[in-house]
Ligand binder design. Structure first.
Ligand SMILES: Cc1cc2nc3c(=O)[nH]c(=O)nc-3n(C[C@H](O)[C@H](O)[C@H](O)COP(=O)(O)OP(=O)(O)OC[C@H]3O[C@@H](n4cnc5c(N)ncnc54)[C@H](O)[C@@H]3O)c2cc1C
Length: 469
């Protein structure tokens, strides 16, 4: 049987190789290290963790990432097996001994009879006779391959110096203070004239906000972050440094808006949030790209009227990243529409994080293996963490006309990506009406229970892994 070629032995490529081989299909895994390395990798091990050693919360009942862990375990994930075997104490989080973790993944793949590991850089589009390829070369894809992918996709950019803006859960925004309205009630394509959530600031609040930005702790830049940011995408604290009024004439301009809660009072400045996913559960802070430290962002942004209790699905950040405009370029099974023999996996598809990258590798591996056997791959239900993440990458995100050339940004898994419950729980096991945090916990528990039920049905209907399930 023809092998499936996987380029990149990181989190996604390693998991994809394990899944493909576990389903009985031969794999050739091409990893360029140690002959050629990236600015962040330090070893020649597969699935090297380039920064933190944490896989984040392992709480499968009330956390979306914990649920993703659990789903991966149930799908025979090598990354989760190696993580569990190399766990170090970290409270409710799953943290690992990074060397032990990478060594376990490397040994499992090197010892698998169906996997051939080749230490080589693929520096252009794969040869035409590789009829099924998974590209999992990550945020630091080697420049030669990145250039070839850019040419094949027709995109004018692939590697970005990301200044990303925070994303807020819609149901944590206080609409007794904020309100829905587009500037001048303009109804753009697909909009109805009330597409933005607006948070008003008085002059005193604006001045205090600018002071907080100027005094806020910024993350240090790394040597590998060589790409300059461009003027259209400046971090807000850099804008504030250029002048106290700059923000008020930029993303925070108060024009074309009337606050229905206080129609006589003209806001001095306005923060706008724009719908970020089709479900309407997530809103991004327009023009609020920032490199403030995460704790500072939460502290400073919660001082904005209407955001006092904001829950962030993603905080802003700045780093070099290579990723596709996936909703436009990939089909639902992660294949490049323009060249379906190429499938993408991991962070290059626009997910964010070690676990998410591995999870998309897991799906890409399963899809490629099913196709090799002549079957049409079955998509995971959108109610599962895998399905929700896949939907974000391949279609859930909505691009808006004023969002710039690329509004799609990498995202961690979070409950905002899940379709809402048909009926959110209102009463606890004791029959008492749920309120406050207890209500939020019950909602999360209902989402995770639904996910695991739906995953079980999906697993039951699919092929079984020979090695690990
Ligand atoms: C500096 C940095 C820090 C990060 N910190 C964290 C963090 O703390 N926590 C977190 O959850 N996420 C973090 N991320 C985000 C992301 O989750 C990780 O980058 C993750 O490793 C992505 O998995 P991946 O498999 O897509 O890519 P990678 O794990 O990077 O794997 C890609 C592999 O492809 C190889 N490769 C690249 N080009 C070629 C080529 N042409 N031919 C052959 N091989 C090639 C690389 O050597 C590498 O082994 C960080 C990212 C960066 C860049």
């Amino acid at each position: 049987m023809q092998p499936i070629h996987i380029i990149g032995g990181g989190l996604a490529g390693s998991e994809a190789a394990w899944q493909v081989a576990g389903l009985g299909i031969p794999v050739v895994l091409h990893e360029m290290r140690p002959a050629r390395t990236t600015a962040a990798h330090k070893t020649d091990g597969l699935a090297e963790l380039v920064c933190s050693n944490s896989f984040r919360s392992d709480d499968r009942a009330t956390s979306a990432i914990g649920l993703l862990h659990e789903e991966m375990r149930r799908l025979g994930s090598l990354v989760m097996r190696a993580a569990d075997a190399n766990q170090v104490p970290a409270g409710g989080a799953l943290a690992v001994d990074r060397d032990g973790f990478s060594a376990a993944v490397t040994a499992a793949l090197a010892g698998h009879p169906l996997i051939t590991l080749r230490r080589e850089e693929i520096d252009g589009l794969p040869p035409a006779d590789w009829d099924s390829v998974i590209v999992a070369t990550g945020p630091l894809t080697s420049p030669a391959l990145a250039a070839a992918i850019r040419a094949a996709t027709g995109e004018d950019a692939l590697a970005f110096f990301d200044a990303i803006a925070p994303i807020v859960h819609r149901d944590s925004i206080d609409l007794d203070i904020a309100w829905f309205q587009s500037r001048y009630d303009k109804a753009g394509p697909g909009g109805d004239g009330a597409d933005y959530i607006n948070c008003p600031l008085t002059r005193a609040q604006y001045e205090a906000f600018v002071d907080a930005l100027l005094g806020g702790d910024k993350t240090g830049s790394h040597d590998w972050e060589g790409t300059p940011y461009f003027d259209g995408c400046l971090p807000i604290e850099v804008m504030a440094e250029r002048g106290r009024e700059t923000l008020r004439h930029g993303p925070m301009k108060p024009v074309g808006l009337t606050n229905p809660h206080a129609p006589q009072e003209k806001p001095y400045a306005v923060v706008q949030l724009r719908q970020d996913n089709r479900l309407g559960t997530l809103y991004n802070m327009v023009g609020f790209q920032t490199k403030l430290k995460h704790g500072e962002q939460t502290r400073i942004f919660r001082t904005i009227a209407g955001l006092a209790r904001a829950e962030f699905a993603r905080l802003g950040g700045l780093h070099r990243n290579t990723f596709l405009n996936s909703p436009k370029l990939l089909d639902a099974k992660l294949r490049l529409e323009a060249a379906p023999r190429l499938r993408f996996a991991g962070q290059i598809t626009g997910c964010e994080g070690y676990v998410e990258s591995a999870a998309i590798g897991l799906l890409a591996g399963r899809f490629a293996a099913a196709e090799r056997r002549g079957a049409e791959p079955d998509l995971p239900p959108p109610t599962t963490a895998h399905g929700a993440l896949l939907a974000h990458i391949t279609g859930g995100h909505i691009a808006t006309i004023d969002a710039g050339p690329r509004s799609f940004q990498p995202m961690n898994v979070n409950f905002g990506l899940f379709p809402p419950l048909a009926q959110a729980p209102t009463r606890g096991a004791d029959g008492a009406r749920l309120r406050g945090p207890a209500k939020t916990v019950a909602k999360k528990e209902a989402l995770t229970a639904r996910a695991l039920d739906d995953l079980a049905r999906w697993v039951g209907s699919g092929p079984r892994m020979a090695a690990a399930e």
